[in-house]
Design a protein around this ligand. Sequence first.
Ligand SMILES: C[S@@+](CC[C@H](N)C(=O)[O-])C[C@H]1O[C@@H](n2cnc3c(N)ncnc32)[C@H](O)[C@@H]1O
Length: 265
Amino acid sequence: MFIDNSWRVLTIGDGDLSFSSSLLTHHQPASLTATVLDTRDVLLAKYAHNDYQTLLQKNCQVLCEFDVMEAKSWGKLNEHSFDLIIFQFPLIPAFKSHQEFQEKCKEVHINTLNRQLLRHFLLNSFAHFLDPNGARLCYITSKDVKPYKEWNIENALNMNTDIDYLGWHHFDINIFPGYKVRNVDRDKHVKDTKGITYVWSDNQHCSLRKQLNEALYQGKEYCQLCASGPYNNEQDMLKHQHTKKHLNMLNYEKMWQLLIDRESL
Ligand SMILES: C[S@@+](CC[C@H](N)C(=O)[O-])C[C@H]1O[C@@H](n2cnc3c(N)ncnc32)[C@H](O)[C@@H]1O
């Protein structure tokens, strides 16, 4: 992960704050503001080992109950004052009840809700959090396996915006000693930490692009939607297009497109 120590960094949804703590200690950005979605009490109760106090002792601003989708939760955040915003392994929390599930998934799928979380992360970061004169970068680290790869991260999130997807690199957890990737709902950490960091900017002259890998699964021998391929010939591709997996992805894409269309009404 590229961290320039002149950058002012904001972290989003940082579970037990171990990522922010490691970032501060081992990469020493110019400043760090760490945020979590949980209340302070829930965070302390959920994760026996957390870095809440460690960060406060280092004079790092920590904001709890910070919902990246809800402006009214941003409270004391100093808007337009960051160079880089990072969201590690985003995932919507589990529904609290069957009723909540039915309400939230009336017209959409969990897939769409996760995409919405990531899209709003990008939209709000570029509109409200990033300094117009700063580096203007957003990183999302996620996984290239189901269900995450079904979010079409590289192509779907920035549709109809002036935010450019710049590329990706492998996430190396070894450069973040002490960081434990957390389960969204429980005091568990995820053992398989293989991740990909995806990068966006609206700065056309962003030099980071040169150091990143190009978007995955592009080109006519790949199915961009399913993040699969290469397919050897047209027949193999056709066969793939009739699979349940592909039809499922078409359905997710249709639901997503509906939501994007509704945004512009
Ligand atoms: C799989 S956990 C990863 C936690 C942490 N980032 C890590 O790498 O260990 C997903 C995180 O996304 C956060 N999250 C989900 N929806 C959010 C929202 N609307 N605003 C901010 N954070 C959110 C959850 O609170 C949770 O901490």
